[in-house]
Design a protein around this ligand. Structure first.
Ligand code: ANZ
Ligand code: ZN
Length: 839
């Protein structure tokens, strides 16, 4: 009996595949039979591949191989999202140019990914830091600029003092930098902004047709944050000024008892009374020191200051005081609100604290003595709105305001324009020149790519200028428009730019004249299946949809959306082991001879295990290279798919990979000793199981239930391997089904069986529906809660057939003599439960 040498097999088969260019996609696919299967491309970090990377890549590889075997022309590419801060920070620390580090990391990533036998078309590899690639990133920027979608603005932006760069709103979580968790500050800087807000409605609407995880759709909807309501104008008493507010509850206008301006609101200076000036100034300073996250915290004690001014309610002429308070944010709506304490929680807390009026305008049982009532109800204290309910009165008041000219319906979005410039070196230069005479001048397309110049020092200045600002010979240039002296833009693009459109470049990565040939884009677009981590639910996936829509409007792409179907992989966690003193230990230091009670090798001390995120400090990081060396690529792949539901987080467990590895070894030895012949006929049940397995594995791959597909294959193999002589079809069907999960050993077995062809070029097995109908299942029959008999029936039986089979049993008929059947409950596939009473 031969024992498989997995490492040798991996290497041998990978070389055969590469030589045959087995995975290359044609320039143009067959019409109607294309499948574009895409992974989120990695940032090639210095740490190398994490075990989470091959989780997604294995899934996409299984889908790709499955689709190929189903006759599709599959486009399955890989590349590198290689601009970014780690390489730059490494350069600052060591002086090694980010280009060199990045190249080294890419080579390592490529080597590692190839060792898994993924079916990528490596001729299509891309690298976002390659000038041939970023030429087109810059080209898209120029189109955005020409369409008025890229503009400059000096606004207070999120500034990370540690990364020394501005950040987009999407990069700030809970007031902290997405990358380094440092609390962000506000800084006034000239910025390049992208007008993503112009696409807010389309970005929202087009989510409709996407086959994406519900949670990701919801996060995008919330981020775009559409609010329908009204804008209402309030005159400032005794001044020629108007305060415009945005409200989602114009129906509560009669209940407005005060107004609040954001501390930064431009009217504050104009309306503040001399007596209140000092207090207002002090409060504004205080508010400026807080970040938006702190300010928006609903739980926080309310603060604010009266401005001394009054506004006039346009409905009834009532004067209400105008305050400033930091719970009203500058960036949202108009930065001013009408406060309705009776029906808004924050206004209620504020009014209680400062002794402001509370007027109830929606009738409720609870009243507003203790808290705001935010539900629906009948309007009261509201003149002509009295008696209506909320929805009706909203419409009525909006109509009235529009007629009288002090308000109108208004839709607002939470989405802000995208702060697109970064004050760092390792990014795409922005192809813009600033001319003393002509102002902002875009570079002509013929001058692209605008290459990153060499620098000596990579440190960001920290003053808000990128290291590029120090390279005078690069910065000083001539104006493409007038030929006069001009300076280059020294900001670079954010890390997200290159990934906004990379899926298009794979289709046609060597094209020198266009981003993608329209004929090819029409044939391969959109991405049919996109796989990657859920952490991009808003950032990359929103930015990329935005650029895609711009490209759609430019006629570069023919679909409204880039990614038709999206799936996220779950996080791979790990067991970490600690001794009594709380110190972590590596697997090498542990004696696992009793898996339930691992001990320290050194002194036999007992360890406690915990499932945690992999991290160096917990000494529980699994290095894919080590696993491959020990078990080979197929065991790694199959184990990662077998661990649990694809999108769930789950711990890596060495015992688990042992089990999968044993299964694959058994497959290899069985096949090695097997006699395949035409004459042998396997029993009917095994024939049925084969068809059942074909159905199960096919459906499971389609629905990303890879774990149950692997277990179905194990179940089938357990039965099949009882035979040392099988028919050709049974042997081949099993190999083909297992192939996407364990491509190397299946290919080896296939080759050993005398085939010169590749399994990938074989046709995926189909199953016989009629045969599955003949399959019998056994169900229990209960009388009054106790199992009395078991009956057999065909697997596809409906409820009526279950009943019939149960009542057909002789044993049951005897037991039911002299009884009345009160009720029959059918649990299809499991049991029939009969409730009976003596008659
Ligand atoms: C009056 C009112 C009465 C409100 C009521 C609510 C309830 P969403 O749904 O998130 O869009 N608002 C408006 N601009 C604001 C800002 N810049 N900072 C803080 N709050 C602001 O929320 C819209 C509601 O949030 C608006 O409707 C406004 O309060 C407040 F019974 O106006 B409302
Ligand atoms: Zn000029």
């Amino acid at each position: 009996m031969a024992i498989a040498n997995f490492q040798e097999i991996d290497k041998k088969q990978q070389e055969r595949w590469e030589k045959a260019k087995l995975f290359s996609a044609p320039r143009l696919p067959k019409t109607g039979k294309k499948f574009y299967c895409l992974d989120m491309f990695p940032y090639p970090s210095g740490q190398g591949l994490h075990v989470g990377h091959p989780e997604g890549y294995t899934a996409s590889d299984i889908v790709s191989r499955y689709k190929r075997m189903n006759g599709y022309d599959v486009l399955h590419p890989m590349g590198w999202d290689a601009f970014g801060l780690p390489a730059e920070n490494y350069a600052i620390a060591t002086g090694v140019h980010p280009r060199i580090t990045t190249q080294k990391n890419i080579d390592n990533f490529r080597r590692q990914i190839k060792s898994f036998g993924m079916s990528y078309d490596w001729d299509r590899e891309i690298d976002t830091t390659d000038p041939d690639y970023y030429k087109w990133t810059q080209w898209i920027f120029l189109q955005l600029y020409k369409k008025g979608l890229a503009y400059q603005s000096t606004v207070p932006i999120n500034w990370c003092p540690s990364c020394k760069t501005g950040l987009a709103n999407e990069e700030v979580f809970n007031g902290r930098c997405e990358r380094c968790q440092t609390p962000i500050e506000k800084k006034n800087l000239r910025q390049w902004m992208l007008k993503i807000t112009a696409y807010a409605e389309r970005l929202l609407e087009d989510l409709e047709g996407l086959d994406w995880p519900a949670s990701t759709l919801m996060m995008q909807r919330n981020w775009i944050g559409k609010s329908e309501g009204a804008e209402v104008d309030f005159k400032v008493d005794g001044k020629d000024e108007t305060i415009r507010v945005f409200t989602t509850r114009p129906d509560t206008l009669f209940g407005a008892t005060y107004m609040v301006l954001a501390p930064e609101h431009e009217l504050v200076e104009k309306i503040t009374s001399p007596e209140q000036k000092a207090a207002v100034e002090a409060y504004r300073k205080e508010a400026a020191a807080k970040n938006e996250f702190e300010r928006a915290d609903a739980e926080k004690e309310k603060t604010g200051v009266f401005t001394g001014a009054y506004a006039v309610n346009p409905l009834n002429g009532k004067k209400i005081p105008v305050w400033i308070a930091d719970y009203v944010l500058t960036g949202y709506g108009t930065g001013a609100i009408m406060a309705v304490p009776a029906h808004d929680d924050r206004d209620y807390a504020f009014a209680k604290k400062f002794g402001l009026d509370i007027i109830e305008v929606i009738k409720s049982e609870q009243g507003v003595a203790e808290k705001a009532f935010t539900g629906d109800g009948e309007l009261i204290n509201s003149d002509f709105l009295n008696g209506m309910r909320v929805a009706q009165s909203k419409a009525a008041i909006i109509k009235y305001m529009q007629e009288k000219g002090f308000g109108k319906a208004k839709t607002t979005y939470r989405l802000r324009d995208w702060v697109f410039s970064r004050q760092r070196y390792w990014g795409e230069p922005i192809p813009i020149v600033h001319c003393e005479k002509c102002g902002v001048v875009p570079l002509p397309e013929s001058e692209l790519p605008l290459r990153l110049p060499e620098v000596e020092k990579f440190e960001p200045s920290g003053t808000g200028e990128s290291p590029l600002a120090n390279i005078t010979e690069w910065v000083n240039t001539t104006c493409p428009h007038c030929g006069g002296p001009a300076k280059r833009e020294t900001n670079t693009m954010p890390q997200w730019a290159g990934s906004c459109w990379y899926y298009l470049r794979y289709m046609d990565n060597k094209n020198q004249n266009a981003l993608v040939d329209p004929e090819i884009e029409k044939a391969y677009g959109p991405v049919d299946c996109y796989i990657g981590g859920a952490e991009h639910a808003v950032l990359h996936l929103l930015y990329s949809r935005f650029w895609h829509k711009v490209l759609y409007d430019l006629g570069v792409v023919h679909t409204k959306e880039p990614y038709a179907k999206l799936r996220h992989q779950g996080m791979i966690l790990a067991f970490s082991y600690r001794d009594e003193a709380g110190n972590y230990h590596t697997y090498e230091e542990i004696d696992f001879s009793d898996p339930a009670n691992p001990k320290l090798k050194a002194n036999g001390a007992k360890l406690t295990s915990m499932i945690e995120k992999m991290s160096k400090s917990k000494k529980n990081v699994i290095n894919p290279d080590d696993i491959l060396k020990e078990y080979g690529a197929d065991a790694f792949r199959a184990y990662e798919m077998f661990m649990g539901p694809f999108d769930a987080s789950k711990p890596w467990d060495m015992r688990g990979i042992e089990g999968v590895s044993r299964f694959l070894k058994r497959v290899y030895s069985w096949a090695d000793d097997l006699k395949v012949s035409k004459d042998v006929k396997l029993p009917k049940e095994l024939e049925i199981l084969k068809h059942k397995t074909v159905k199960k594995v096919s459906e499971d791959i389609e629905s990303f239930s890879f774990n149950t597909a692997v277990s179905a294959l194990m179940i089938y193999f357990n039965e099949l391997s009882k035979y040392k002589e099988v028919d050709e079809n049974s042997f081949e069907v099993f190999l083909k089904l297992l192939h996407p999960f364990a491509p190397h050993i299946t290919e080896e077995i296939w080759q050993n069986a005398g085939h010169e062809t590749f399994l990938l070029n074989e046709i995926w097995p189909s199953y016989n529906k009629d045969l599955l109908l003949e399959e019998q299942i056994e169900i229990g029959v209960q009388i009054n809660g106790k199992i009395k008999d078991r009956v057999k029936l065909s697997a596809d039986s409906d409820k009526a057939a279950h009943e019939k089979a149960a009542l057909g049993s002789e044993k049951i008929q005897n037991l039911l003599k002299g009884q009345n059947i009160v009720k029959i409950i059918v649990v299809p596939g499991k049991m029939v439960s009969i409730v009976a009473r003596p008659s």
